[in-house]
Design a protein around this ligand. Sequence first.
Ligand code: PLP
Length: 504
Amino acid sequence: MGSLPPLDAPLPLGPEAFLDESRPVIDFLNGYYRDIESYPVRPDAEPGWLRTLLPDVPPEHGDPVEAILEDVQQHIIPGLTHWQSPNFFAYFPANGSAAGLMGDMLTSGLNVVPFSWASSPAATELESVVVDWMCKLLGLPDRFLFSCGGRGVLHGSTCEGVVSTLAAARDRALRSLGHEGIVRLVVYASDQSHATFQKGTSIIGIPPANFRIIPTSASSGYGLTADSVYDAVEADIASGLVPLYLCATIGTTGVGAVDPVRGLGEVARRYCMWLHVDVAFAGSALICPEFRDCINGAELADSVSMNPHKWFLTNMDCCCLWVANPQVLTSALSTNPEYLNNIGKGGTEVIDYKDWQIALSRPFRAMKLWVVLHRYGAAGMRAHIRRHVEMAKWFERMVRADERFEVVTPRSFSLVTFRLRPQNELEDEISVDALNRKLLVAINTSGRAFMTHFVVDNKFVIRMAMGGAMTQMRHVRDAWKLVKEKAKEVGAFPREYAQVREMN
Ligand code: PLP
């Protein structure tokens, strides 16, 4: 048996240890953000490379914080994709902020676990206040407010919210169908909906064959039309199936398409389907009245989810989920072991957020979202969103004004999709795609920007998603310059181009 440590050994969370070890981390992060533009946005890392640099087993005796930070600088930073770089335009942003970090420090510093009201009353109550604030800020219908019988919760991700609402809808339907009815339930989404709906459908036990992917087209801006859902539902009913759940998205991941919520809501009501509205990314823009039309009809929805960890300056992770009828959700997700029951104050009148999610334990996410709102205010957040939308408008104008390129789908919020257009009528789509793939690889291997792609209508498009907390107009201008420079390098501009107008 090894010897016991001395009883007076320093405590891992003692006040001195805490200050001595957290200050160097703040200094380190300060240096990281100061120098972030000097790192290639996406690393040139080989798979498995980090394993060759680190020991096979953890150290027997711990190292001081300085040595750990040195390892981070030497071994970890060079292999990171720098999501907070102002030149990060890939996927959708996961922007953070000083307030987001401050909130996150409070969250992990206090390190409470609010799975039930009694397990941390103020954390539970702050969560219910902050989701109401967000509901009002986004202009969602009152039915999602606590005072009107609806309620919100903070999950870690949209995926978790989707599985939870699918389970709620399933259980509601199976109450009348009986458990064996699960094989008859059908979930509807579009070919632009996030993959999480398909995954969630199979997680909750619905046969994969009962997941309908309804095609969209350019004529509806890649939005899911109510007519197409109606037709799919009617066909399923005729085959003895039962429509369960319909997903509408505002701001799809690929091209930022906006589904017509009211039309879809009317179809959902007609067939007693659960309507979920996914505003993961674009929900942040709903705080600006000029984007509110998108949410028209949300009073017909059963649930809405939005990710503050994308475009809302809230460090990972945070997803608001609102439900109009919380009881349906909690009856699907509740567990009531004796050891978790509130004894004394609280009783059964209070919220136990464990019954609103998949896991039991959960962090105090409300703190960081509350700090962000507290620090920047609604006006500050609107200005933040509008800045990125203006940048996207500028980028879109540049692409449109240069006849070598085309904007492939209409700009949506702060997302622009573009590509090199075919160089003449004879060029086939396969070679245009190949050229655009080469262009994207050249942009990203430069390390000066990072963008990602999508395929829509069989066209390979490059996505330029604005949203970095440190992104300024100069970064967007540089990105456009980079696109043009790399386009030349990959041989995109032979003589056939009639009049190439160099912009800027
Ligand atoms: N829905 C949409 C429209 C998204 O764009 C994304 C992620 O980009 C998701 C859902 C998944 O979000 P999460 O990673 O929080 O599960």
